[in-house]
Ligand binder design. Structure first.
Ligand code: ADP
Length: 501
């Protein structure tokens, strides 16, 4: 009985440590907006790198006469919409077959997108996924890129006859979801690895060059025409489907976001001129940090034992690579405090043995006896025969960890909306209530396995968005899932920048 009390003490401490009241979330929102400003003001001004992408023009697939209207109501009263800008998008009629290669997490994908007709409508799409062998994630860049180039070669060989005439060189969009300092839409240096990748020889190198050289080694006549962060690909596809899309968020193995910023707000890059007056900024928000983030001893230990300590703090509290391991650490602590899990299981001390999809299965087990929880405890952690009370405790731990993650992700999204004046706060002046504000329809494209496959995570995220924004404003904010946007969007962007160096 005393032992159970100790376990309850650990649980209570966890709950308190993970607390995300709406007040605290609003502090995170503010901190996110402040850090965004700081990261745009100067190089190294914030943990948020706020990287330039050189994407200043997003595809739009809506039918019509090719006028792309973008309103920039940043920080100004949404009511007056003082700065309205129109950009005339040249009607594109790029026809043909475009390729994309999407590297960034546990899988990589090769895609073939068939474009044709008016406004380069997507006619067809083929996607193949492959898991990256673990040893290639920590080996040499040559080995990794040779492997990728081989897969691409096999994929290209399957292209139907006549899709690309033999004298036409194929164009490739490369989605690479790690922090890159870009110097143009098709070049950039790798700043660092994240999400378990560690190929030291590649840090500081030209990313496209590594791929291009591997393609040459394979004798594959293809040009890497665009280097795109996965969030930027997602934004491109989101915008193609819906021109009100202003930002994109990915919550999968890792997490990141990008959004459309006015060039004159990118102070660290004086004189940046684009025809649209805007540019997509890759936030690299996984590295966001603020003292307002609710951090526990489990987070501190997880960070200290990771290959990138003091790095990617936000990501380590939110994304799929880590959530299962936070739960494992809590269970380990409880098993050390008591014998409720029976004899100590050595499995509990193995980092990352409890993957997030399994954690989600336990969390969402709706059988009265929690049979899935029992099965996973037994199969994965080698803990058997625990009573129902203990299985319920496991569900509770999963709930606390996921709820915190989802609510912090929601706060991050509102942080972006605040920065661009779409959180509904800009127009409040004396005598005017929140409900009087005319809020523009605002779409955020979203992707990633954690969001799309983990229902509880998604629901907690939506709930927090509404709590932070209030219902009146939240109804104008739409999260739209794109499919394979990170890759497809890269193929679309290739057509945009085909004639540019
Ligand atoms: P990427 O690895 O490129 O981020 P995804 O966006 O598909 O690929 O995300 C995969 C990640 O999403 C997995 O690593 C896992 O953490 C998480 N995930 C996938 N399916 C589920 C699920 N059913 N429940 C919870 N998390 C999931």
């Amino acid at each position: 009985r005393r032992k159970w009390k100790r376990v309850m003490g650990v649980l209570r401490e966890l709950e308190e440590g993970c607390e995300t009241t709406v007040g605290r979330l609003r502090q995170v929102v503010d901190a996110m907006a402040v850090e965004m400003h700081a990261g745009l003001a100067s190089e190294g001004g914030s943990k948020l790198k706020m990287l330039l992408t050189y994407v200043d023009n997003l595809p739009s697939g809506v039918s019509g006469i090719g006028i792309d209207i973008k309103f920039f109501a940043f920080e100004l009263s949404i009511y007056t919409m003082s700065s309205v800008r129109l950009t005339f998008d040249i009607v594109m009629n790029e026809k043909g077959t475009y390729y994309a290669l999407d590297l960034g997490g546990t899988n990589f994908r090769v895609l073939r997108v068939q474009l044709g007709g008016q406004r380069s409508s997507i006619l067809d799409k083929d996607v193949e996924r492959q898991t990256i062998p673990q040893h290639l994630m920590t080996g040499t860049s040559e080995d990794l890129f040779d492997f990728i180039a081989s897969s691409l070669q096999q994929f290209v060989e399957k292209e139907g006859n006549g899709s690309t005439p033999s004298f036409v060189r194929r164009e490739l969009g490369f989605t690479f979801s790690f922090p890159v300092k870009q110097s143009s839409v098709s070049s950039g240096l790798l700043l660092k690895w994240t999400k378990g990748f560690a190929i030291e020889d590649m840090v500081g190198k030209e990313v496209c060059e590594c791929l291009q050289q591997a393609l040459i080694r394979k004798g594959l006549d293809m040009r890497v025409a665009a280097l795109v962060n996965d969030t930027v690909g997602t934004l491109a596809l989101g915008h193609y489907h819906d021109v009100d899309t202003v930002a994109a968020v990915i919550i999968g193995t890792g997490t990141n976001a990008c959004y459309l910023e006015r060039t004159d707000a990118i102070i660290k890059c004086q004189g940046l001129l684009t025809s649209s007056g805007g540019m997509v900024v890759n936030m690299e928000w996984g590295n966001f940090w603020s003292s307002h983030l609710p951090r526990t001893s489990y987070d501190i230990d997880l960070d200290a034992n990771s290959p990138n300590p003091n790095d990617q703090g936000f990501e380590k509290m939110i994304s799929g690579m880590y959530l299962g391991d936070i739960v494992r650490r809590v269970v380990l602590r409880m098993s050390q405090e008591s014998d409720i899990f029976g004899p100590a299981s050595p499995r509990l001390s193995m980092p990352f043995i409890l993957r997030t999809p399994l954690m989600a299965e336990m969390h969402e087990d709706d059988s009265p006896e929690l049979t899935e929880v029992a099965r996973i405890l037994k199969d994965v952690l080698e803990i058997s025969d625990v009573p129902l009370k203990v299985r319920k405790l496991i569900v509770r731990i999963c709930d606390v960890v996921t709820r915190r993650a989802a609510r912090l992700a929601a706060a991050g999204i509102v942080g972006i909306l605040k920065k661009i004046g779409r959180d509904g706060s800009g127009g409040i002046t004396s005598g005017r209530s929140r409900s009087d504000i005319k809020m523009r329809r605002t779409v955020v494209a979203i992707e990633g396995g954690l969001y799309t496959s983990y229902t509880m995570f998604r629901e907690y995220l939506h709930e927090a968005l509404t709590e932070i924004l209030g219902e009146d404003i939240a109804q104008h904010v739409i999260l739209k899932v794109t499919e394979d946007g990170s890759g497809t969007g890269a193929a679309l962007l290739v057509t945009k920048f085909l004639h540019r160096k």
